[in-house]
Design a binder for this molecule. Structure first.
Ligand code: ZN
Ligand code: MN
Length: 481
């Protein structure tokens, strides 16, 4: 029997606001423990929360980017549970009326486009951090636990998909692309290693021919894209193994163990009723009006999937488009300009992802700090295709233009880099090389073909690399006959 896996991903995004969600404390990462705290985020009696407008603006950007429906009036709820890292003993979160619902994100997969429905995007606050001391930093067997409340109350957005992902690879792709969207929006540091971006997965398996979903297991503690993929892969296998042996899958939360490469059972999964959700009496509803939304919509940057579409419409293949999506937007601007001037999109894209990116990295420069632009790139690429510049010379011209600006053809002339594909200088060079090596030339005439390379090499050296090898070969052939 074959099985079908169903995966949903829950993402927690720490927003990069200056202050926390409901108080004025700094939300900065890495400060000395318990230095960014106040009565509100420590849950002291009588302290009242006030929502952070900058956080609301960021969640609006996320919801719009994911094509969600806005709830014009959404409310906060208290999610009640007891844990040492949460001083109020409840988390301010959202329940039945989140800010956004019903979005969608389309992945480009090998099997074609695949749409992942977004169930909800809601606003909440982070907890503090526990540091378990002794016994390998695990809670079990630790000698004691230190608590840092700097993170308590940092604004958090939770993004929940429907169970629409079909494999570990697809889940990883979704997570990676979501990270890129958040990065482009500029709403979070999106650092998995610092915990500003965290993924949990809901995994279930069912027999192909059955309709209903299988029993759902939540997997936590993946701190890289790779471990997200591995943990889901392991969990699917584990469930298939159970079902194949006619055993039941238990609904629970499991912990991914990076070193052992498997998941451990943690606790039976809570139902939402366990959290005794009730409306937060200290906060009014968030009312987002049309004007605020249209302002936010107008301020959205070009998102990675939109840029991919645009690059494709320029004529790039997916591979090139995907590479360019991740690079500096300035490069994409140059590409657009160069193509408008008639340059071949694929050729320009190769220059941008290859030589241009390499040059910037070597010189430790940002694209915008150079004299390059789309027009100059188009000209440079044109000179190569016309045979006026060799590939090697073009790289030199690129660096010179990047440093000093100017027209690539003028720069190439000035530095004597124009390729010799005709003219007296080339003919003289070929004839001189032949008369300097009469013996080898006789062997070439006698049919020793590999000597073509020998003569081309000599002409290249004699012209300091400027000769066009094709033109040299053609001249040699003329001399032979
Ligand atoms: Zn505070
Ligand atoms: Mn949450």
């Amino acid at each position: 029997m074959s099985y079908v896996a169903t995966v949903g991903v829950e993402t927690h995004v720490e927003l990069n606001t200056a202050s926390k969600m409901f108080c004025g404390c700094s939300a900065r990462f890495g400060d000395p423990p318990n230095t960014n705290v106040c009565p509100v985020c420590l849950g002291l009696p009588g302290a009242l929360p006030v929502p952070n407008r900058a956080a609301i603006e960021r969640i609006i950007a996320i919801g719009l980017a994911l094509g969600c429906r806005l709830n014009g009036r959404s409310i906060f709820h208290r999610k009640n549970y007891f844990y040492a890292d949460m001083p109020k003993n409840y988390q301010i979160s959202q329940y039945d009326i989140p800010v956004f619902q019903e979005g969608a994100y389309t992945l480009e997969t090998e099997k074609g486009p695949h749409t992942v429905r977004i169930n909800r995007v809601h606003m909440e606050e982070d907890t503090g951090k526990s540091l378990h001391v002794g016994h390998g930093g695990r809670i079990h067997g630790a000698e004691y636990t230190l608590l840092d409340f700097n993170r308590a109350g940092v604004p958090l957005v939770e993004i929940v998909t429907e169970p629409d992902l079909r494999s570990p690879e697809e889940a990883r792709q979704y997570a990676t692309e979501l990270r890129d969207v958040l990065l482009t929006l500029g709403v979070s540091d999106v650092k998995l290693e610092e915990g500003s971006l965290r993924f949990d997965a809901n995994v279930s398996v069912r027999a192909e021919e059955e309709e209903p979903y299988g029993v759902k297991v939540e997997v936590k503690n993946m701190n890289s894209f790779r471990s997200l993929e591995q943990a889901i892969g392991y969990e699917i296998e584990r469930q298939v193994r159970l079902l194949t042996a006619d055993q039941a899958v238990v609904q629970e939360t499991r912990h991914w163990d990076e070193e052992e490469g498997l998941t451990h059972g943690m606790r039976s999964k809570e139902e939402s009723s366990d959290y005794r959700y009730f409306p937060e009496p200290d906060l009014v509803p968030i009312a987002i009006d049309e004007e605020w939304i249209s302002r936010a919509r107008a301020a959205l940057p070009e998102l990675p999937f939109q840029r991919r579409e645009r690059l494709r419409s320029l004529g790039l293949d997916s591979g090139q488009a995907n590479t360019l999506i991740r690079s500096d937007p300035v490069l994409v601007g140059w590409l657009t300009e160069a193509v408008e001037r008639g340059a071949d999109p694929g050729v320009v894209a190769n220059w941008l992802t290859g030589e241009v990116t390499g040059y910037l990295r070597r010189e430790e420069l940002e694209a915008a700090d150079t004299h390059l632009d789309g027009a100059r790139l188009a000209r440079l690429v044109g000179l190569v295709s016309e045979g006026k510049l060799s590939a090697t010379a073009a790289k030199e011209v690129l660096a010179l233009v990047a440093q000093e600006g100017g027209d690539p053809l003028d720069v190439a002339r000035e530095h004597d880099l124009i390729q010799l594909s005709e003219g007296d200088e080339l003919v003289e060079a070929v004839d001189r090389v032949i008369s300097d090596h009469p013996e080898e030339f006789a062997r070439l005439e006698g049919g020793e073909e590999r000597l073509v390379g020998f003569f081309v090499g000599l002409v290249m050296r004699a012209t300091a690399g400027r000769a066009d090898p094709k033109a040299v070969t053609a001249l040699l052939r003329e001399r032979i006959s």
